[in-house]
Write a protein that binds this ligand. Structure first.
Ligand code: AMP
Ligand code: ZN
Ligand code: ZN
Length: 310
C-alpha cells in the first residue's frame, strides 16, 4: 500500500478521505485539519490563552501536543474524578505528558471541590453516573477556565464522538441540543467559549497520530462507559461506516450546513448562582452547588449517627 501523497509505504488507509498515508503525511494531515478548523470556525487567535481539558486519553493529549506545536498559549486541566482503578492511571498519564514537555497542567480533584468522588456521589445523588460526571466536569472546566482567565476551553472530541452525539440528538429530535452542537460555542458572561478543534478527525487517525508522535496515553476506557448509550451509538455508526465509508463525516458536515435551522425551544437566560457565583440557567443554586449540598447533608448525618453511637 503506497502513500497517496509521496508514494512511500503507507501505514493507514482512510477510506472516508480517499487516502492512504505514510507516517509523515498522516501527521501532516492531522495537524493541518486542526489548524484549518481553528481558522474556519474562528476558535481562537494566537494572542489568546487556551485551556485544554485533559483526560489522559489519546484525543486530548494529541490536541494539547498539536496546539503547543502550533505555537498557541496553551495549558492543560485534569479533573480527578476519583473513579476507582481509572482516575489514578489517567492522572499519571496526563502528569507524565506535561512533565516530559515542560507544559503546565492544572489538576483539580472532585473530592476537594465537591466533598465526594464520583463513585461516592453516584451512591448519594439521584441520576446516572455518566450524567453526573458530565455535569461536574462541565462545571469545573468552565469554573477553572474562568478563574484562570483563559479565553477558550478546548476539548478533544473527535469525529466519532461528534457523530455519535449527533445521532443521539437526532433520535430524540432535541432541538435545543441540536442548536448547540457546533465546533465553537461563543462565551457569554462567565461562560467561557468552548471549542472542539478535532471534530473532523476520526478516532483511528488520532490513535495512529499518537503512535507516530510517541504520545503515551492511557489505553483503558472509563469503566462507566461500558454499556453507556454513547457506546451503542458509536457501534451503530461503525457498522454503517464499514459498509458505507464517509457515513460519519458526511453526517456531521451536512448537519453543520443546516444546523442554524434548529432553534432552542426558549432563549436561555443565565443567572448567577447565589452560592458560587457561576452561571446557571434556572434561578437558585446551580446543579453543582445542589449536589454539594446533598453530599454535605449526608456527611453531617454520618457524623451525627457516629456521635449518637458513641
Ligand atoms: P469524554 O466525555 O470522556 O468523551 O471526553 C471528552 C473530552 O472531555 C476529552 O477529550 C477531554 O478533552 C475532556 N475530558 C474528559 N475527561 C476529563 C477529565 N477527567 N479532566 C479533564 N478533561 C476531561
Ligand atoms: Zn507520504
Ligand atoms: Zn453554584
Amino acid at each position: 500500500m503506497r502513500c497517496s501523497v509521496c508514494g512511500r509505504e503507507a501505514v493507514i488507509k482512510l477510506r472516508h478521505a480517499g487516502l492512504r498515508l505514510c507516517p509523515e503525511h498522516l501527521v501532516a494531515r492531522v495537524e493541518k485539519e486542526v489548524a484549518s478548523a481553528i481558522r474556519r470556525f474562528r476558535m481562537f487567535s494566537p494572542e489568546e490563552r487556551i485551556l485544554v481539558a485533559i483526560s489522559g486519553g489519546k484525543d486530548s493529549l494529541a490536541l494539547w501536543h498539536i496546539l503547543a506545536e502550533l505555537g498557541y498559549r496553551v495549558d492543560g486541566l485534569y479533573i480527578d474524578l476519583g473513579i476507582a482503578g481509572y482516575s489514578a492511571p489517567s492522572r499519571e498519564a496526563s502528569e507524565d505528558f506535561a512533565r516530559a514537555r515542560g507544559l503546565t497542567l492544572h489538576v483539580v480533584s472532585l473530592a476537594a471541590e465537591l466533598g465526594a468522588s464520583l463513585d461516592e456521589l453516584t451512591r448519594l445523588a439521584r441520576g446516572k453516573t455518566c450524567s453526573l460526571c458530565g455535569t461536574v466536569k462541565r462545571y469545573l472546566m468552565n469554573k477553572l477556565a474562568w478563574e484562570g482567565e483563559y479565553q477558550a476551553l478546548a476539548t478533544g472530541h473527535n469525529l466519532d464522538d461528534e457523530a455519535a452525539t449527533l445521532l443521539g440528538n437526532v433520535l430524540r429530535w432535541d432541538e435545543g441540543y441540536l442548536a448547540r452542537q457546533y465546533p465553537v460555542l461563543p462565551g457569554e458572561g462567565k461562560l467561557v467559549r468552548k471549542v472542539k478543534p478535532m471534530v473532523f478527525l476520526s478516532e483511528r487517525e488520532m490513535a495512529a497520530y499518537c503512535l507516530i508522535r510517541g504520545i503515551e496515553y492511557l489505553y483503558q476506557d472509563c469503566p462507566h462507559a461500558e454499556g453507556a448509550r454513547s457506546i451503542a451509538l458509536k457501534d451503530v455508526l461503525n457498522r454503517l461506516e464499514d459498509r458505507y465509508p464517509s457515513t460519519k463525516i458526511s453526517f456531521l458536515r451536512q448537519f453543520l450546513k443546516v444546523r442554524d435551522r434548529f432553534r432552542p425551544p426558549a432563549p436561555v437566560v443565565l443567572h448567577d448562582c447565589p452560592s458560587c457565583g457561576m452561571p446557571t440557567a434556572a434561578e437558585g443554586p446551580c446543579r453543582f452547588c445542589r449536589l454539594k449540598d446533598t453530599v454535605a447533608r449526608h456527611a453531617s448525618r454520618v457524623t451525627e449517627d457516629r456521635g449518637a453511637a458513641a
